[in-house]
Design a protein around this ligand. Sequence first.
Ligand code: DQA
Length: 143
Amino acid sequence: MKLLVINGPNLNLLGIREPGIYGDRSFGALCDFIQKSVDEVGAECELFQSNHEGAIVDAIQGALGRFDGIVINPAAYTHTSVAILDALSAVHIPTVEVHISNVMEREEFRHHSFVSSVAKKTYMGLGFEGYRRAVRYLVLGEE
Ligand code: DQA
């Protein structure tokens, strides 16, 4: 089983960016954590991060026929991007949405997610652990 893990804008600044909300661990530490979570279940993954909406759309389109599942934290594009929603609907690859923070307990503009309507599952407010849960859900069907 091969997973594509997509992280959206500003997640590359983890550790520097608002540590009170996102924690003090770096993006590199997140990548290591995701890789370990994927290794644990005997799967494979490719990690992709971009600050650009179109690049994320391209990555989703490129996943067709190559990946069995997508884990995505679209970051700010969660709340704005019909293009990312449409790309996920088009490729029809089982997708799990992750947010490090609990967006429902933050500003009102973060409460709506376009991606949630196509995601099989959303994990939020669990920090890095949300990615591990997403991987286990896709590979093992574990809730
Ligand atoms: C985020 C939450 C979004 O609202 C925000 O724009 C992000 C990160 C999270 O992981 O908690 O950049 O997706």
